[in-house]
Design a protein around this ligand. Sequence first.
Ligand SMILES: C[S@@+](CC[C@H](N)C(=O)[O-])C[C@H]1O[C@@H](n2cnc3c(N)ncnc32)[C@H](O)[C@@H]1O
Length: 455
Amino acid sequence: MQSESKASKGADAPTQTPRASLVGTEYEVEIGPVAHGGHCIARTAEGQVLFVRHTLPGEKVIARVTDGEEGARFLRADAVTVLDPSKDRIEAPCPFSGPGKCGGCDWQHAKPGAQRRLKGDVVAEQLLRLAGLTPEDAGWDGTVMPAEGDKLPAGEVPQWRTRVQYAIDAEGTAGLRKHRSHDIQPVDHCMIASAGVSELGIEKRQWPGMASVEAVAATGSNDRQVILTPAPGGRLPLVELDKPVSVLRVHEKDGSVHKVHGRAFVRERADGRTYRVGMGGFWQIHPQAADTLMRAVMQGLMPRKGETALDLYCGVGLFAGSVAERVGDQGAVLGIESGKRAVEDARHNLASMPNVRIEQGKVESVLPRTGITETDLIVLDPPRAGAGKQTVKHLSTLGARRIAYVACDPAALARDLAYFAEGGYKVRTLRVFDLFPMTHHVECVAILEPAAKGA
Ligand SMILES: C[S@@+](CC[C@H](N)C(=O)[O-])C[C@H]1O[C@@H](n2cnc3c(N)ncnc32)[C@H](O)[C@@H]1O
């Protein structure tokens, strides 16, 4: 182990001189709290911050630096030796999990209940730091709910990933990317893949000339799909798998998706409706996610007959369909979605509902153009970056009696909740779901209402 004093040497060095890499340097450290991103915080004796993976709060470990230089604001590291383990630690069930291996799972080494507590701590910390909200302020009891069927004993792994993107190495072998790296960990099985994905046997065959192979196994039907991205100059292989599949291809140059054979879509189910999801478009990944989130949104909004609603970032129409059914023919729902193909699917999926209209384009540009000045309800489910200040400011002027915010990133959620507070909205309830077991990801549903109402 090198001396810890090495880490602080560069702090006073002029910024223009190249700083020495600390990769490989080892530090014996006490592990502090969990941080957003699947790691915990530690400090070297000189006070330099380390973000350490493969560890748990309260442990004493030897952390080996994986990224960072002298004088950097923080270093990234892996716990390579655990000197004093947490009572929440188990042996990672997956042989491909651990320092320097697959980067897909962050918490394989934590008991399932501990994983959910860690995620709850991250959500609480983000809410407090970025929105000034305690769990009590947010109407949240602090728990993170597992999806139905996922409450398994330690050592058993929920098979939840209905989409897995395998990276293909130069020899054509399928694997998964290492953490923050283009390097590939070859795998013969991904433990969190759903049975439908595993049954395809992607890992059992070679994929010469491919850069990636994505496997999709629908939950709402037996539809199976493989999405191939060729490496430069790579020729598409004949796809013969253990189960029949449709095949799509991603164009290397512009990322456009094309059908090679079979169906261009998979069929999913939620709230008693079938949704077509075409050309590798977005659908919730966990088999229980669509219904879990839909129920949380409907319970929070409680749509009434004749109300008007917006479904922003609506994808193929998951929430728009459920709200439209509840507001009935006298009500109206406007969905906005940027993806052209997703909009075609949403229009197809909700064609039997004359009270739904779907507009294509970015929320930030389409919404102001609609001329809408008021609505009763809003559901928004933005991508990881969140909705942002301008959009939240606009939404806060529409007089909605309830807003449901579905968030896959608690930091973006907290930032947007702070903007909503500026716009006169407060959080009525927050529910947090573990729809991504073994990883650091977590899904939140916040229900907002005008602050004056609850004051
Ligand atoms: C998290 S997904 C939610 C989709 C849908 N609510 C669901 O649960 O199936 C976010 C969606 O927002 C779309 N999107 C991303 N940025 C957007 C923007 N600026 N305006 C409108 N839609 C956007 C994406 O194409 C994607 O379909």
